[in-house]
Each structure stands twice: as structure tokens, then as C-alpha cells.
Design a protein around this ligand. Structure first.
Ligand code: AMP
Ligand code: TRP
Length: 340
């Protein structure tokens, strides 16, 4: 059976971008058709300036939200990265396979390190090596597919390169994974800055819809979304990024409501609305309805933290048992003396 692995970082509250680009597919499609693992990748949240208490709270919240979004522990493995040592163990070996040049070429590293320096801060070494840890996450489980949003394409390419290089240099050890992306909403844009991705750690929350935003907050944010010059509602990401983003979000919501599949088509929605205002209203309604059951389930799960803890404990046990043989094999293949 196909093995799937993906993860989400607890660096901020989960957004509509996380949901449409990744989590919804995990819950509605991937967990049923594959042997899937989904992970709160908390070690990745330590690569930038962080508040320990906040990371802890966000990790718990992210895990709860993954379950609220429909991940079923009977169907897939849900766990927290730092509960399974194999990730860090394998990461070191892969650091011995990766080159510093290829790490410095990562777009996310360039952007985040530039931002950090602008603020006068220092750049953590782990920000540079981050994609190696991500490679370890994926390769430890011999994953075939990695369902992610658009922004992770380059990272997954690097993971593939590292797997191929290790296999060629030392002998076949790793499955070479591939990224899978949603047909629609692979890159949800910020409602206030439709030229940049809706990211959970952006400074201004006005352009970000969080999964736990109250319905009136969701409505307000969408009704105030920046639109483009002109009046025609057409899908044209280059010239009409604001409107196209709304069409993309609406199409993605309709896809889930109609069939649970990836059937939404933003181009087909061009011309359906006669005004920007009407499009915003429909989009706001659709997003509120999309989030309603997730929020409801989240509330129920919040009342039962022992359940969530139990899921994570069993998830980590299962994950450990899956990762251990692959990581042990990598240690042997690369030339390390097995313990007696
Ligand atoms: P992160 O928030 O960076 O941990 O991302 C978790 C998952 O959500 C990854 O698969 C990302 O590619 C995806 N994702 C994050 N932001 C967006 C966005 N704005 N649009 C689509 N997918 C996203
Ligand atoms: N780098 C991913 C992001 O920023 C998060 C991540 C870490 C991940 N490890 C992973 C995603 C393994 C998929 C598979 O979104």
C-alpha cells in the first residue's frame, strides 16, 4: 500500500491555507487510500525565535485540530515529531549527505534568514538545516507520497535528491518520495497582500483566516479582502490576484461540499458573480460553512484532553516501530558499527 507522510509546524495558529492546501486532503482522501502518518513537526518550530510555552500550546492545539479536521486514529497515525527520536537520529546522517550550497539555495531559507537579519536578529543554524530534518521525517517512514501545498515543492525536491544520493553512494536504503499537491488552492494567498502566501506567522492577522476564527471574524476578513482594479469577476492570477484568490478559495470550498473530491474549478466560477461584493459574500458564507464542523469538533475535543493525549501516545509508539528499522539500516549502510 502507498505510504504517505506529511506534517504541520506549530509556529502559529492553523490557517485556511493549511486546511485547503494540505490538511483537508489528508482527512478526506489520503488517510483512506494509503497507510498514512501525519505529524505535528514541533522540532521545526524551534528554527526561528520562539517562546517555549507558546510552542507547547500550539503543538497541542495543532494536534487537536488535525483530529477535529477528521484525521481518524483508526485510519492513520497521528503523532508529534519530538516524541520519536528517529527523526533527529536520521537527520544527522542526512546532514552528512547534504551540501551547504544546496541548503543555502532554499527559497524559504533565503526569505526567512533575510527577514531575521533585517530585524537585527541572528539566524539559527537549524533554519539552514531545516530541510534535512524534513527529509529525515519523510525518509524514516519510507513514504511514497508527501501531500503538501505549493510552497513545499522545493523542499520535497531536495528530499528526493538526498534519498537518491544516499542510495547511490551507500546502497539502496530509502524510498524516493514525491510531492502531491491539491488541484485547487495549492497556494492560498493573504487576503490583504494577495501577492504573498497566507502564512500563519505573518505579522498582521487581517489577511489570514485562522481555522478557529469566529464566523463574524471570518466574514469581516473576507469582506475586507483587498481586491483589484476594474469590476469584472474573472480568474486571472497575474492581473487580478485578489479576485483570483477569492475564486480559488470559493472553488475549493465548493469542491468539498459537493463531492469531497478535488473538483472545484476557479475558472469555471469566472463571470458567475456580477460584483466583487457578491463574490466576497459567497466566499465568506462558504468558508464559514467549511469551518463550522471543524470548530464544533475542536470544541468537543478540547473538553477531552486525555483522549488527544492517548491518540498521540499510541501514534508515537506506532511511528517509532515503523521508523526504527529504516533508520537502523541507514546507520549500518553508512558505515557505523552496530551496538553489540
Ligand atoms: P506549515 O504551516 O508551513 O507547517 O504548512 C503545513 C502545510 O500547509 C504544508 O503542506 C504547506 O504547504 C501547507 N500550506 C501552508 N500555507 C499554505 C497556503 N497559504 N496555501 C496552501 N497550502 C499551504
Ligand atoms: N516544511 C513543512 C512546512 O513548512 C513542514 C514539514 C516538516 C513537513 N516536515 C515535513 C511537511 C515532512 C511534509 C513532510 O510546511
Amino acid at each position: 500500500m502507498t505510504r504517505v507522510f506529511s506534517g504541520v509546524k506549530p509556529t502559529g495558529h492553523l490557517t485556511l491555507g493549511n486546511y485547503l492546501g494540505a490538511v483537508r486532503r489528508w482527512a478526506q482522501v489520503d488517510q483512506y487510500r494509503s497507510d498514512a502518518l501525519f505529524c505535528v513537526v514541533d522540532l521545526h518550530a524551534l528554527t526561528v525565535d520562539h517562546d517555549p510555552g507558546r510552542v507547547l500550546r500550539l503543538s497541542r492545539q495543532a494536534a487537536t485540530l488535525l483530529l477535529a479536521a477528521g484525521l481518524d486514529p483508526e485510519q492513520c497515525t497521528v503523532f508529534v515529531q519530538s516524541h520519536v527520536d528517529e527523526h533527529a537520529r536520521l537527520s544527522y546522517l542526512l546532514e552528512c549527505v547534504a551540501n551547504d550550497g544546496e541548503m543555502r539555495r532554499m527559497i524559504q531559507y533565503k526569505e526567512k534568514s533575510a527577514r531575521e537579519r533585517e530585524r537585527g536578529g541572528s539566524v539559527r543554524l537549524s533554519l539552514l538545516t531545516y530541510p534535512v530534518l524534513m527529509a529525515a521525517d519523510i525518509l524514516a517512514y519510507a513514504a511514497d507520497e508527501v501531500p503538501v501545498g505549493d510552497d513545499q515543492t522545493q523542499h520535497v525536491e531536495l528530499v528526493r535528491d538526498l534519498a537518491v544520493r544516499f542510495n547511490q553512494r551507500y546502497g539502496h536504503t530509502f524510498v524516493v518520495p514525491r510531492a502531491t499537491r491539491p488541484k485547487v488552492a495549492a497556494r492560498v494567498m493573504d487576503l490583504q497582500q494577495p501577492m504573498s502566501k497566507m502564512g500563519k506567522s505573518h505579522e498582521s492577522a487581517a489577511g489570514i483566516v485562522y481555522l478557529l476564527d469566529e464566523p463574524d471574524v471570518v466574514r469581516k476578513k473576507i469582506m475586507r479582502a483587498v481586491t483589484d482594479s476594474g469590476q469584472e469577476v474573472v480568474y486571472d492570477p497575474e492581473n487580478k490576484p485578489g479576485i483570483s484568490n477569492l475564486l480559488e478559495i470559493l472553488a475549493a470550498c465548493e469542491a468539498v461540499q459537493n463531492s469531497g473530491a478535488q473538483s472545484g474549478n476557479p475558472e469555471a466560477l469566472s463571470g458567475v458573480h456580477t460584483t466583487y461584493g457578491a463574490l466576497k459574500k459567497d466566499t465568506a458564507d462558504a468558508v464559514v460553512e467549511l469551518l463550522r464542523p471543524v470548530q464544533q469538533r475542536h470544541k468537543e475535543l478540547m473538553a477531552d484532553p486525555a483522549y488527544v493525549e492517548g491518540v498521540l501516545r499510541r501514534g508515537a509508539e506506532k511511528a517509532r516501530a515503523m521508523a526504527r528499522p529504516t533508520v537502523d539500516a541507514a546507520y549500518r549502510t553508512i558505515g557505523l558499527l552496530p551496538p553489540a
